[in-house]
Write a protein that binds this ligand. Structure first.
Ligand code: GLN
Length: 488
């Protein structure tokens, strides 16, 4: 029989529910897998084995008593280390938060706990989710399970690698400009950025608050949908969460996509997109059409400004959000420095990494009195135009299909000295954050032994159609069944 660590999240849930296996056996099998694979991939910053086994035992006890158990009872998961977990260190991949234990759970953490999911650990990420490769973590890089010399993508690279190697059945990441979808693509798994407002951000350590969104990562569309089902919905603790009609995983899994209208924006298929990636995406569009959809090329003329716009807005918001790390309230307080200002300066100097410092400087500059209109305000206006392009496209199409990343995974260190090349990794994913719409990445091919991701974007709060298209494609192809062989 298939090892427990290869089975889908849904299978594991059903097996625990029926009593075929205990939640403890599931947790233990995954902890063993973690012990085996971690030396190669370094996906996790903390493994919470004791808590996990206690949680698993609680599920088994409830089941043996005939008590109701949650929708994800016994399912092993990991959370990106920017998501607060009460009493469990939450570092954001930063030295400045080393040793900080949040006194509360994020809403998503609490919802998964209530659903019976068993958290096995916290996943590595770029510092404060700033990056595209997980190389900006203060705790060292995570490696791509398909080729250990390559990056897993980022910033949710740990969440992606942990799922790809079977350390957990699913995970949560956060996506401000592509940080769920791009690592999902580079590690050959499914990653969904929900609509802005679909999932509460309470307890997600803020990077750029108008763009940040938490979402699921898993080895199939259905597994991602089940996780979304558990975490989505209005939360009085996050004023930007929305009371939208609820998302239902089952209705998204009804496979029929006959008559679905697909737009293929030409701006995402041109220069800079590697040949094998473009070919895989074209083949995927054909596969969707063979299932009864229709496809047409279209244009999102302003989308090409997304990168420039994002790298004003995200650092501007970050410079404001990160002002709270002052050496007083959280984490590291460095010795040296004179007086209050000196202490703050020394703590930030010692606590923040280079990329984070640079973003704070850029953001502060863009918001400063003389430059606000020229940069920040201008970027806000362009953001509105990008959103309008999407509104217009969604009058004609139900979903838009593009590559997730213009290339497959690159080598560790390969883009470290080339910030533009690094930022171009997100050129296809940033527009969805600008517009606030949902986007999912699913495996659609291989190039030189590394996975290629297909991005499907949908209308605001229409995760159902977006995932239905993804699920139909997945069921008709074999890409999602491929697994990396991690040398242990
Ligand atoms: N790579 C982008 C950045 O560095 C996006 C990160 C994200 O989505 N968190 O800001």
């Amino acid at each position: 029989m298939e090892p427990l660590t290869q089975r889908s999240l849904r299978d594991l849930r059903d097996a625990v529910r029926s009593g075929e296996v205990s939640a403890r056996e599931v947790a233990q099998a995954h902890l063993n897998r973690i012990a085996e694979a971690e030396p190669s991939v370094s996906a996790l910053l903390a493994v919470t084995a004791d808590d996990a086994l206690t949680q698993a035992d609680a599920v088994d006890l409830a089941r043996s008593r005939g008590d109701a158990i949650g929708a994800l009872a016994g399912v092993p998961i990991a959370l990106k280390d920017v998501i607060c977990t009460r009493g469990v260190a939450t570092t954001c991949g930063s030295r400045i938060l080393s040793g900080w234990k949040p006194p509360y759970d994020a809403t998503v953490t609490a919802r998964l706990r209530a659903a019976g999911a068993v958290m096995l650990g916290k996943a590595n990420c770029d510092e404060f989710a700033m990056g595209s490769s997980t190389e900006n973590s203060a705790y060292g890089p995570t490696r791509n399970p398909w080729n250990l010399a390559c990056v897993p993508g980022g910033s949710s690279g740990g969440s992606a690698a942990a799922v790809a190697v079977g350390e957990v059945a699913g995970s949560l990441g956060s996506d401000t400009g592509g940080s769920i979808r791009q690592p999902a693509a580079l590690c050959g798994i499914v990653g969904l950025k929900p609509t802005y407002g679909r999932v509460s951000r309470f307890g997600l350590v803020a990077y750029a608050s108008s763009l940040d969104q938490i979402g699921p990562m898993a080895r199939s569309v259905e597994d991602a949908a089940l996780l979304l089902d558990a975490i989505a919905g209005l939360d009085p603790l996050d004023a930007t969460s929305v009371d939208a009609p609820p998302f239902r995983a089952e209705s998204a899994m009804r496979g029929d996509i006959r008559g679905l209208r697909i737009g293929v924006p030409t701006e995402f298929m041109g220069d800079g997109v590697d040949g094998p990636v473009a070919s895989a995406v074209r083949a995927a569009v054909e596969a969707l059409c063979a299932l009864g959809a229709t496809a047409e090329e279209c244009s999102l003329p302003t989308a090409r400004h997304s990168l420039a716009t994002y790298y004003i807005l995200a650092p501007a918001e970050a410079s404001s959000n990160l002002a709270r790390y002052d050496g007083v309230r959280f984490g590291v307080r460095a010795a040296g420095g004179f007086g209050h200002a000196g202490m703050t300066e020394a703590s930030r100097e010692a606590g923040f990494g280079a990329e984070t410092k640079q973003r704070i400087l850029v953001g502060t500059y863009a918001l400063s009195a003389g430059y606000y209109d020229a940069y920040y305000l201008q970027a806000q206006k362009v953001r509105t135009l990008i959103r309008r392009d999407f509104d217009a496209a969604f009058k004609r199409f139900d979903v838009l299909v593009t590559p997730t990343s213009p290339t497959v995974a690159f080598g560790i260190g390969e883009r470290s000295d080339d910030p533009l090349a690094m930022k171009l990794a997100d050129v296809c994913t940033l527009p969805a954050n600008m517009a606030g719409i949902p986007g999912v990445s699913i495996p659609c091919g291989m190039d030189r032994g590394l996975p290629i991701g297909l991005q499907i974007m949908g209308r605001s709060f229409d995760e159902e159609t977006t995932l239905r298209a993804a699920h139909a494609y997945e069921q008709a192809t074999h890409w999602h069944t491929l697994r990396p062989e991690v040398a242990c």
